[in-house]
Design a protein around this ligand. Structure first.
Ligand SMILES: NC(=O)c1ccc[n+]([C@@H]2O[C@H](COP(=O)([O-])OP(=O)(O)OC[C@H]3O[C@@H](n4cnc5c(N)ncnc54)[C@H](O)[C@@H]3O)[C@@H](O)[C@H]2O)c1
Ligand SMILES: [Zn+2]
Length: 358
């Protein structure tokens, strides 16, 4: 398993050298990351006399496309990138996924380093080695399990992150509490404001604990074959549907997952797994997250439950014709449901989540 290093990005040159990855480096940013962070990182590499080139992708989900990948392969080839070139992906989940995809495929694989700059990437996407780009017919359809040599987490990146993206990342962190780490929920119940305002100690605790949680699941089921890793998809069956219905343009990933987790918790309760009291605890925490009102109304509250279910049915996680849900037995214990969930229960859970978010 690759390592996760908590350190300043100023230490990147040293880390590359100590992993024998410094002979030649390709830095990949999106446009925003390039503007915000390239000078500092490039200067640090220059000082350490590490040869490097800079590559830039569009910001957001559109980076994860064949078109962008094809252009970047071309730029790699022209720049003379070879098997010894280390690709350092510096950015949010989109750049991590694109960079990982490129590193896994270019010349049948070159070393990859992840430097996450969004909270979501720090607590989730830069850890665990799933990388992918999107196909017009579905998100994350083309990809690999491909581990970075290391992921470097520097909380300082978060200073420029928009608030919405902070909450989006926090939603993925909350997921770990719900699926396998019940004591972690207290962090959201008692220190929510401190964490959300990025108080250094508070946010660092959340990041470290999330990383530990993610690594634990990934170690048990790296290739997602036993069903264990699938619990990380808690809230994602509903969440991906909301994202797909808006062509990934309205919700942040974590926002859709947050709504999805509320739906999946309601479903767990209605199917008789999760007790009422635990459900109410979850509702109270979910309600602390501000969701953008107009987007929420237009793309969830006003939506027909059947449209959401139809979008789920085309999700890649459907198996043997049935939509599969990750459900909660209790807070801190999730499982992948084997049984088909009746449509009327899906609709009922969705309606319940809507009424709670109104
Ligand atoms: N591979 C995995 O295991 C995994 C897990 C979860 C999510 N994902 C993927 O991650 C993506 C979402 O990631 P995301 O939410 O990080 O989105 P993102 O990468 O699109 O970043 C969100 C926005 O923040 C900007 N940004 C990044 N860092 C910044 C900073 N420090 N300051 C200011 N702006 C900054 C970006 O330019 C972008 O505009 C989705 O494509 C999702 O599928 C992958
Ligand atoms: Zn997610």
């Amino acid at each position: 398993m690759s390592s996760v290093v908590f350190d300043s990005v100023q230490r990147l040159p040293h880390l590359l050298e100590s992993h024998s990855l410094a002979s030649n480096v390709a830095l990949l940013f999106d446009r925003n990351g390039h503007r915000l962070f390239c000078d500092e990182i490039s200067l640090a590499l220059k000082r350490a006399k590490i040869a490097h080139r800079v590559f830039v992708a569009p910001a957001g989900e559109s980076a994860k496309s064949f078109r962008v990948a094809e252009r970047l392969y071309g730029e790699f080839i022209k720049s003379g990138a070879d098997r010894k070139t280390t690709l350092v992906a510096i950015g949010g989940g989109a750049i991590g996924d694109l960079g990982g995809f490129l590193a896994a495929s270019y010349l049948r694989g070159i070393p990859l380093v992840q430097v996450p700059t969004t909270l979501l990437a720090m607590v989730d996407s830069a850890i665990g080695g799933k990388v992918a780009i999107n196909h017009p017919l579905g998100k994350n359809m083309i990809g690999f399990f491909y581990l970075p040599v290391f992921s470097l987490i520097d909380g300082r990146f978060l200073q420029t992150l928009p608030k919405r993206d902070v909450y989006s990342g926090l939603a993925e962190a909350l997921k770990y509490a719900l699926i396998q780490d019940a004591p972690f929920l207290a962090e959201f119940e008692t220190r929510f404001e401190r964490v959300a305002s990025l108080e250094p100690l508070a946010i660092e605790r959340v990041i470290r604990r999330s990383v530990r949680n993610k690594l634990r699941v990934v170690k048990e089921d790296f290739n997602e074959t036993t069903g264990r890793r699938a619990i990380l998809n808690f809230g994602h069956t509903f969440g991906h549907a909301l994202e797909a219905l808006t062509r990934y343009n309205a919700f942040r990933h974590g926002e859709a997952v947050l709504i999805g987790m509320l739906c999946a918790s309601a479903l767990s309760k209605n199917l008789g797994f999760l007790d009422e009291e635990s459900f109410e605890r979850i509702v109270r925490v979910v309600k602390r997250f501000p969701l953008p009102k107009r987007i929420l109304k237009r793309h969830f509250l006003d939506l027909d439950e059947r449209a959401i279910e139809a979008a789920m049915a085309s999700d890649k996680k459907k198996e043997r014709g049935a939509i599969r849900f990750v459900l909660l037995k209790k807070i801190g214990e999730a499982f992948l449901s084997a049984d088909r969930v009746p449509s009327k229960e899906i609709h009922r859970a969705t309606r319940e989540a809507k009424s709670l978010l109104k």
